[in-house]
Design a protein around this ligand. Structure first.
Ligand SMILES: CC(C)(COP(=O)(O)OP(=O)(O)OC[C@H]1O[C@@H](n2cnc3c(N)ncnc32)[C@H](O)[C@@H]1OP(=O)(O)O)[C@@H](O)C(=O)NCCC(=O)NCCS
Length: 165
């Protein structure tokens, strides 16, 4: 498992990943997902690196693009994590390793105090990844998350730099 910058030749795999029903059920990707959305996503990542609001990495597994993991940088040295994998890479602990690596980097290189995690209630795979990476699930917030005009209850959790992981 490797975290690296996104590359233009990741575009087809990003398109496949974001066309997947699990991505469309649990994240805010556009539906239907069209090829031009990939260009918009790459531009969004580049802007985030430029203005320091988003640190987004491609996840590589077995030498291939496997997904994306990011830190959305907020106030008071806190960030929020976001992640998603290509269907072929799921179920093998890839995201747990990727997120753990990203947390190490965020706590050491960015000197973060803590990282939030949020997911639509019922996204058990996301919750397991968060728990395995040391997040404490702290509650359920009614109507927290909005995707494509639909509002869902959300699970929230956090991990502090000082927590054992
Ligand atoms: C969430 C996601 C990134 C997980 O990646 P992954 O590499 O498959 O995760 P891991 O293999 O590290 O761990 C997955 C864990 O969830 C569990 N899991 C998977 N599907 C599950 C389900 N439907 N119900 C309960 N547990 C589930 C697995 O058993 C595993 O836990 P375990 O190690 O205790 O057995 C991947 O499923 C994904 O891309 N989903 C769609 C996008 C998404 O939901 N992103 C998060 C938005 S908050």
């Amino acid at each position: 498992m490797l975290l690296r910058q996104h590359r233009a030749d990741d575009a087809e795999a990003v398109f496949q990943q974001c066309s997947d029903p699990e991505m469309q059920r649990w994240t805010t990707v556009p539906v239907p997902y069209e090829r031009h959305h990939v260009e918009g996503f790459f531009a969004h990542l580049a802007r985030g690196w430029d203005d320091g609001t988003l640190a987004g990495f491609a996840v590589e597994a077995d030498g291939r693009f496997a997904g994306t993991v990011d830190l959305r940088l907020g106030e008071a040295r806190w960030a929020e994590v976001g992640f998603g994998l290509h269907p072929r890479a799921r179920g093998r602990g890839v995201m747990t390793r990727a997120l753990s690596t990203l947390l190490d980097w965020g706590f050491t290189e960015l000197d973060l105090v803590g990282v939030h995690w949020r997911a639509v209630v019922g996204n058990h795979a996301s919750r397991r990844v968060a728990e395995k990476c040391g997040f404490r699930v702290e509650g359920e917030v009614r109507g927290l998350l909005v995707a494509r005009g639909q509002r869902d209850d959300g699970w929230v959790g956090s991990v502090l730099a000082t927590d054992p992981r």
